[in-house]
Design a protein around this ligand. Sequence first.
Ligand SMILES: Cc1cc2nc3c(=O)[nH]c(=O)nc-3n(C[C@H](O)[C@H](O)[C@H](O)COP(=O)(O)OP(=O)(O)OC[C@H]3O[C@@H](n4cnc5c(N)ncnc54)[C@H](O)[C@@H]3O)c2cc1C
Length: 383
Amino acid sequence: MKTALVIGGGIAGCAATHQLMKLGGWDVTIVEAAPFLGAGVRTFWYGGHPYTFGPRHFLTQNRAVYDYMDAIVPLRSCADHQFITYVERDNAFYNYPIHEDDIARMPDSAKIAAERESARGVAEAKNLEEYWVGSVGQTLYDKLIDKYNKKMWLVDDNKRIDTFNWSPKGVTIKSGSRAAWDTAWSAYPHAEDGYNRYFDVATEGARVLLSTRIERYDLPARAVWFGGEKHSYDVIISTISPDEPFGRCHGELAFIGRDFHKIVLPTEHVFPEHVYFLYYANDEAFTRLVEYKKFTHHKSPTSLVGMEIPSHNGKHYPLPFKSEQELARKYYALMPDHVYSIGRAGSYRYGLDIDDCLEQAMVMARQIAEGGRDHPVPIEAWR
Ligand SMILES: Cc1cc2nc3c(=O)[nH]c(=O)nc-3n(C[C@H](O)[C@H](O)[C@H](O)COP(=O)(O)OP(=O)(O)OC[C@H]3O[C@@H](n4cnc5c(N)ncnc54)[C@H](O)[C@@H]3O)c2cc1C
C-alpha cells in the first residue's frame, strides 16, 4: 500500500481523499484542524434553519463534476436564481450581472448610453477599474462596481486589483434572462444537511484526524509532525496556503477573510421570488445577504439571512494581486515531486469554487495513477 497525507479537510481535501480511495491501493490520512470536515461548506443549524458559511451553491460547467456530486448528494436545480444589487444613489435594486433592462430604467440612462458608446473596451485594461470603465463606462462603474470591490477586497483603490480575469465570469452586461448564471448548472443539495453526507462518503476508509494541526513540515522529505511525532508519506496533498509548509520563508501570503452573521427574521419569506442574493454596492460594511431558504427549501414561519462582512478573519479569499500570485509561485517552486497543492488557498486563486476543487482532485488522481508528476494539477493555468 502506498501512503498519502491530505492536509485540510475542506471540500478539496475530502475530494482528494475520495479520488485516492477510489484508485485503490492507497492508505490515506486526512488531517483537519477543526473538529469537523467540510469547513465553510458544512451545514449547521441556527433557529432551526440549515445554513452554511456564505451561500455555497453548486455552480459548474462540467457535467462530469455535476454528476459526481449529484450521485453522492442529490442536487436540486436553482437555475432560476437571481442576484440583485442595491444602489443607494438611485434608491433602486438592479440585477447583477448588469442587465440592459435595468439600464433603461436608470435616471441617468442617456448619460450611460453615451459613455458605453465611447467606452475604450477592455483590450488594454491593466486593472479592475480600467476593465470595468472600459467595458461599461464611468457611471455604471461608479454605481455598481467601485465601492463594492473596494470593500470586497479591503482596498482604497481598485487599480490595485490587477488580476481580474475571474471578474465577472466574462459577463459585464447581459440581456434576456435575469438568472445570474445561465451559462452553468446551478444547484444545491436536496438534503436538509446539505453537503454533509459528501464529507462522510468521500473520506470513508481513510484515517480522519480531526482537531489536529500539522506542527512541523519537511516537504522535501515528504514528512510532517503532528501529535508530537514524525510521519512520512509517499504523497502529500496540501489544501492550505502554500506559504505555511515553508515557514513563510519568502514572506506571508495575504488573504481576506469574512465575518459572518446569521439573522432570523419574523417572516416566512424575505427576498423577492427568484432572488437568492442581495448585494450592496454602497458604504455599508457588508457585501451581500443570502436567504438560505431559497436554497434549502426549509419550511418555517421564520427565515434565516446570512450577512458577509469582509475582514481579516480567516483565509477565505486569495487576493487578485499579481504580486501575491508571484509570491505564491515562489512557494510552488519549492514543492518537491509528489507534493500537490490544490483547493482555493492551496492554488491561491479566487474564483476557484466548489466544482473546481472537485475537478482538481479528479485531475490530480489521474496524474497520480499515471505515476505522478512534478506539480500535477496545472495550478498556474487553473481558470
Ligand atoms: C463566504 C464564501 C462563500 C462561498 N460561496 C460559494 C458558492 O456559493 N459556490 C461555490 O462553488 N463556491 C463558493 N465559495 C468558494 C468555495 O466554497 C471554496 O472555494 C471551497 O470551499 C474551498 O475549499 P478548500 O477545501 O480548498 O478550502 P477550505 O474550505 O478553506 O478548507 C481548508 C481546510 O484546511 C484546514 N486547515 C487549515 N490549516 C490547517 C493545518 N495547518 N492543519 C490542518 N488543517 C488545516 C481548515 O480548517 C479547513 O477546513 C465560497 C467561499 C466563501 C469564503
